[in-house]
Write a protein that binds this ligand. Structure first.
Ligand SMILES: [Zn+2]
Length: 191
């Protein structure tokens, strides 16, 4: 099932999401639906709150970014970075902040340079319930961090300078009030 994407201005996007039972039948179905929705809207990641479900789950597919990779090794990681993260936490973030232009399905047509640390160590559950600890650097880390922000009730906008945010205010108001028209379906003011 393809969900509509929850648009900027919806309270659910600002809420800290709840842990889920990784192996429950409804979780399995939901993960399938999240993948289907991410592909239908051509995202490289999609978090549960973006479809109106306040659960700590997100899916990623970094393969479209493989061309932007810093080196062959990162390109290889990105090509295979297609998976779900259940109940993830960031255990460690390190390195010098670096900027990269991010966009978000919930905030159509706005792209801004966001600064993040390049390396992370994370822990999460696989769909079979197993806990794993992993490290990511560069673009895979960034995709993870962007989606992780969603389950913590944050958007990339929250990482911009106050001045930048003020400059975007008019366009953000337009999005929240429905004056936006992406090729995928949107849903507004989702609690
Ligand atoms: Zn996003």
């Amino acid at each position: 099932m393809v969900y509509p994407i929850v648009a900027y201005g919806s309270p659910v996007l600002k809420r800290v999401a709840q842990e889920v039972d990784a192996t429950a039948e409804e979780t399995k179905q939901f993960i399938e639906d999240l993948f289907e929705t991410m592909y239908a809207s051509k995202g490289v990641g999609l978090a549960a709150p973006q479809v109106g479900v306040s659960w700590r789950i997100f899916v990623v597919d970094g393969s479209p970014f493989a061309e932007d990779a810093e080196n062959d090794q990162e390109a290889e990681v990105l090509k295979n970075f297609k998976r779900v993260f259940v109940n993830p936490t960031i255990l460690e973030e390190s390195g010098e902040l670096w900027g990269f232009e991010e966009g978000c399905l919930s905030i159509p047509d706005i792209h801004e340079t966001v600064k993040r640390k390049p390396s992370i160590v994370i822990e999460s559950q696989l769909p079979d319930g197993t806990w794993v600890e992993e490290s990511f650097t560069g673009l895979p880390a960034r995709i993870f961090q962007h989606e992780y922000d969603h389950i913590e009730g944050m958007l990339f906008l929250d990482r911009l300078t106050p001045l930048k945010r003020r400059m975007l205010q008019g366009r953000l108001k337009d999005i929240a009030s429905g004056k936006v028209n992406p090729f995928y379906r949107l849903k507004f003011d989702v609690k």
